[in-house]
Write a protein that binds this ligand. Structure first.
Ligand SMILES: [Zn+2]
Length: 321
């Protein structure tokens, strides 16, 4: 059965769900980068361009046109995507407009395109108010990028009060927080703040906050990442940025995290050529079918339930556990 053959199937909550042609799984990729690349600082833009010179114009156009993305998702058999955005005006070049960009882009198909956004605690004047504004915009996950925003994820324990206010507002609203862990190669990025151990404080101090660890600390901090994920069973692991063929090398006991793993690719970041190829490589791994389905379909659906439109943001987020 091909994705196209299956596209007409309907379920109560997901009309026209797209299924991967190789399986019956309805895939959500919780971590791709659809961002206002035209805001990037020149040196960052050069890093982004490296290795994809032949298709860079195409990718720039993709960031302007959601219909292009929806076609790629159809071809790759991907039903839904989470679009990572966050402000990093001084390092990457992304301003607060990145939030409006994400919400506008997602409006092309609110069921399939899930916008993420951010509030920068070093620049925000009213962090809690800005979190509320994100929710009103329809943003469904808040991204914290310690390497690109230049503070550790637990910096509220050492005086960055705005970060604590931001986590508290997300906890009150049930808005999930996605925290980058691991390294970053962009100019100016501080990889020392990619250690997942700092999420220990956050998980303890904000017990009802839905927390997602991106990248499992790859490639330096997998031991710490696994410890945090086993200690705090409500913390999710987003598999993006980990080459699927290396996943069992990095996390030999990944199956123990069946209820916590979320499929993600980081496409089109350096080294990730297609969403589809990563899915195929993941499906080839020697893992129980239940683990694959949990990552690709059921766990993303628990954290980010399918919604037909952007209404009911608060209710939708509150059902996530
Ligand atoms: Zn990413």
């Amino acid at each position: 059965m091909t994705a196209r053959d299956d596209r007409g199937s309907r379920t109560a909550d997901a009309p026209h769900a797209i299924r991967n042609p190789h399986s019956s799984i309805r895939i959500t990729d919780v971590h791709i980068h659809i961002q206002p690349w035209r805001q990037l600082k020149p040196a960052v833009m050069e890093t982004m361009r490296r290795g994809k010179e032949d298709r860079f114009e195409f990718l720039l156009a993709l960031m302007d046109d959601p219909r292009m993305l929806l076609r790629i998702m159809d071809d790759d058999g991907i039903d839904r995507v989470g679009m990572v955005n966050y402000p990093s005006p001084d390092l990457m070049g992304f301003t607060n407009d990145t939030n409006d960009f994400a919400a506008r882009y997602a409006a092309a198909d609110p069921r399939r395109l899930i916008p993420y956004g951010g509030v920068h605690p070093r620049f925000a004047k009213d962090p809690a108010g800005e979190v509320h504004r994100l929710v009103e915009l329809g943003i469904r996950m808040l991204k914290i990028h310690p390497n690109h925003q230049c503070f550790p994820a637990n910096a509220y324990t050492e005086g960055l009060d705005a970060l604590g206010a931001l986590y508290k507002a997300c906890e009150d609203l049930g808005l999930p927080v996605l925290i980058h862990t691991g390294t970053s190669i962009f100019p100016g990025a501080r990889s020392k703040w990619g250690n997942p151990m700092e999420m220990d404080d956050v998980a303890i101090d904000f017990p009802d906050l839905p927390l997602v660890m991106a990248h499992g600390g790859r490639p330096l901090y997998m031991t710490e990442a696994f410890f945090i994920l086993r200690r705090h069973r409500r913390v999710w692991l987003d598999l993006s940025g980990i080459p699927p063929k290396s996943l069992l090398g990095y996390f030999p006991r990944i199956a123990e995290l069946e209820r916590q793993i979320l499929w993600g690719t980081d496409w089109p970041s350096p080294g990730v050529d297609s969403m589809r190829r990563n899915v195929d490589d993941f499906l080839d791994l020697d893992l129980p079918e239940s683990v694959k389905r949990a990552a690709l379909e059921t766990n993303p659906e628990r954290l980010l339930p399918t919604r037909a439109d952007s209404a009911g943001v608060l209710a939708g987020n509150r059902t996530a556990t």
